[in-house]
Design a protein around this ligand. Structure first.
Ligand code: FAD
Ligand code: TPP
Ligand code: MG
Length: 379
C-alpha cells in the first residue's frame, strides 16, 4: 500500500507519485491533508484513511505486508492505536523532517529525503527495465480490495423531506465536476466534504486538519479566490465555524472577491454532539448553538447578517431546493452564502473511535430514539 499525504502536495510530487503508482500498480490511500495528490476517481485510489476515512483503505492498510509511507506523519487520527496500525506490514517512511522518522511509529526503513526526489529516483530505477508484470502480480490483492470497496462505500440514509448534508456535497461535486477548490471549517461538515466530494488535483481541498481551527473556511476561500480567480472557490462550512470569522464577508465585498459559502446548518456543534451521543450518553455540554429560549427559531439568522455585509444569501430547507439553489450560488458573480438547514442527528460514518483499531470501526447509524435530545432543528 502507498500511504501518502501533505508532503506530496508541498513538494509538488503528484506527477511522480502517479507515475510510480502506475508502474507498480500499488493501491494508493491519502491522508486528509493529502487529498487531491492522487486523483480520487482513479481505480487505484482508495480515497483517504483514518478515523473517518474509507473502510476499504483502513482494511487494506491493516492487511498489507508493505506500507510505503510518503510525506505523512502517522497522525493519531490515522493510526488509532499506534501499536496495532499496519501491524502486518514492513513500513518504509520517507520524510524530509528527521524528527518525524520513528516518532509515532517505529518503522523498518526510515528515509530522510525530499519525497519528490525520492520518487524521481525510484521511477528512474524502475525505468531501467520493464515492470509490466508488476500490476498483474497484485491482481488477487486488488480483487480483495475491490470486494471491500463494493461492500463498504461511503453512504447515508435519507430522512424523508429533510436535506442530508452528504447529499448537498454530492450534488455540488456533480455540478462542479469535482473541479472546484473547496475550503472547510472544522467538524462534521469538514469530514463530509472530504468524503462526498471527489478531488482530482492537489491544493483543491483546503482544510485545517492538524490544528483543527474552526473559522478557517471563509478566509481561506477568500485567499484561494484571489490566488485562483478562474476557479470556482466554495467554503463548505459549519454554522459554528462560519460564525467565528463572519466578519470576512466585509473583505469579500470591499475587495470584490466572489468567494462562495455553503453553511451546513445543524444549529449545533455537530462533531462534539456526535461524541456526546457516542461516548457520553448524549449529555449536552453547551453544544446547542440556537436560541435556548426559543429552540424552534433559526439562530443566529445568517440572512440578515449577510445582507448587512451586502452579501446575497438564501436559505433552503427541502431536498428539491438543493440543485437550483446550488446553481444560483455557482452563477453568482459576487460573494454568496447558501444557508442549508440539516438535521443535527446525523453522524459521520464510518468512525474508528480515538485510540481504537479497525476492528472497532463503527458502521451503523445510532438509534437515537430514546436519547434525551433537544428539539429538532427547524425547517
Ligand atoms: C475532526 C477531524 C478529523 C480528522 N480525521 C482524519 C482522518 O480520518 N484521516 C486523516 O487522514 N486525517 C484526519 N484528520 C487530520 C489529521 O489530524 C492530520 O492533520 C492529518 O492526518 C495529517 O496528514 P499528513 O500525515 O499527510 O501530514 P501533514 O500534516 O500534511 O504533514 C506532512 C508530512 O510530510 C512531511 N513533508 C513535508 N514536505 C516534505 C517533502 N518535501 N518530502 C518529504 N516529506 C515532506 C512533513 O515533515 C510531515 O511529516 C482529522 C482532523 C480533524 C480536525
Ligand atoms: C476554534 C475552535 N474551537 C473549538 C474547536 C473544537 N471543535 C471541533 S469541531 C467543533 C464543532 C464544530 O461545529 P460546526 O462548525 O457547526 O460544525 P459541525 O460539526 O456542526 O458540522 C468544535 C467545537 C475547534 N476545532 N476550533
Ligand atoms: Mg454545526
Amino acid at each position: 500500500m502507498l500511504y501518502v499525504g501533505g508532503g506530496i502536495i508541498t513538494s509538488g510530487a503528484e506527477s511522480d507519485l502517479l507515475k510510480f503508482a502506475r508502474t507498480t500498480g500499488i493501491p494508493v490511500t491519502t491522508t486528509l491533508m493529502g487529498i487531491g495528490c492522487f486523483p480520487e476517481t482513479d481505480p487505484q485510489s482508495l480515497k483517504w484513511l483514518g478515523m473517518h476515512g474509507t473502510v476499504y483503505a483502513n482494511y487494506a492498510v491493516d492487511e498489507c505486508d508493505l506500507l510505503l509511507a510518503m510525506g505523512v506523519r502517522f497522525d493519531d487520527r490515522v493510526t488509532g492505536k499506534v501499536s496495532e496500525f499496519a501491524k502486518k506490514a514492513t513500513i518504509v517512511h520517507v520524510d524530509i523532517d528527521a524528527s518525524e522518522l520513528n516518532k509515532n511509529k517505529a518503522v523498518a526503513l526510515p528515509v530522510l529525503a525530499d519525497v519528490r526526489q525520492a520518487l524521481k529516483n525510484l521511477n528512474q530505477l524502475l525505468a531501467r527495465r520493464s515492470h509490466a508484470h508488476l500490476p498483474k502480480r497484485w491482481a488477487k490483492w486488488r480483487e480483495k480490495i475491490e470486494g471491500w470497496r463494493k461492500k463498504y462505500p461511503f453512504s447515508y440514509s435519507p430522512v424523508p423531506g429533510r436535506i442530508m448534508p452528504q447529499q448537498v456535497i454530492e450534488e455540488l461535486c456533480r455540478l462542479t465536476k469535482g473541479e472546484a477548490i473547496i475550503t472547510t471549517g472544522v467538524g462534521q461538515h469538514q469530514m463530509w466534504a472530504g468524503q462526498f466530494y471527489d478531488f482530482h488535483h492537489p491544493r483543491s481541498f483546503l482544510t485545517s486538519a492538524g490544528l483543527g481551527a474552526m473559522g478557517y473556511g471563509y478566509p481561506a476561500a477568500v485567499g484561494a479566490k484571489v490566488a485562483c480567480p478562474d476557479r470556482e472557490v466554495i467554503d463548505i462550512d459549519g454554522d459554528g465555524s462560519f460564525l467565528m470569522n463572519v466578519q470576512e464577508l466585509a473583505t469579500a465585498m470591499a475587495e470584490n472577491i466572489p468567494a462562495k459559502a455553503i453553511i451546513i446548518n445543524n444549529q449545533y456543534l455537530g462533531m462534539v454532539v456526535q461524541w456526546e451521543d457516542r461516548f457520553f450518553s448524549s449529555n449536552r455540554g453547551h453544544t446547542f448553538l440556537g436560541d435556548p429560549n426559543d429552540t424552534q427559531k433559526i439562530f443566529p439568522d445568517y440572512l440578515p447578517i449577510c445582507r448587512g455585509f451586502g452579501v446575497p444569501a438564501e436559505r433552503i430547507t427541502r431536498p428539491e431546493e438543493i440543485r437550483p439553489a446550488l446553481q444560483r450560488l455557482l452563477a453568482a458573480k459576487t460573494a454568496y452564502v447558501l444557508d442549508v438547514m440539516v438535521p443535527y442527528t446525523e453522524h459521520v460514518l464510518p468512525m474508528i473511535p480515538a485510540g481504537a483499531t479497525v476492528k472497532d470501526i463503527i458502521l451503523e447509524p445510532m438509534q437515537l430514539g430514546d436519547a434525551p435530545l433537544q428539539s429538532e432543528v427547524p425547517g
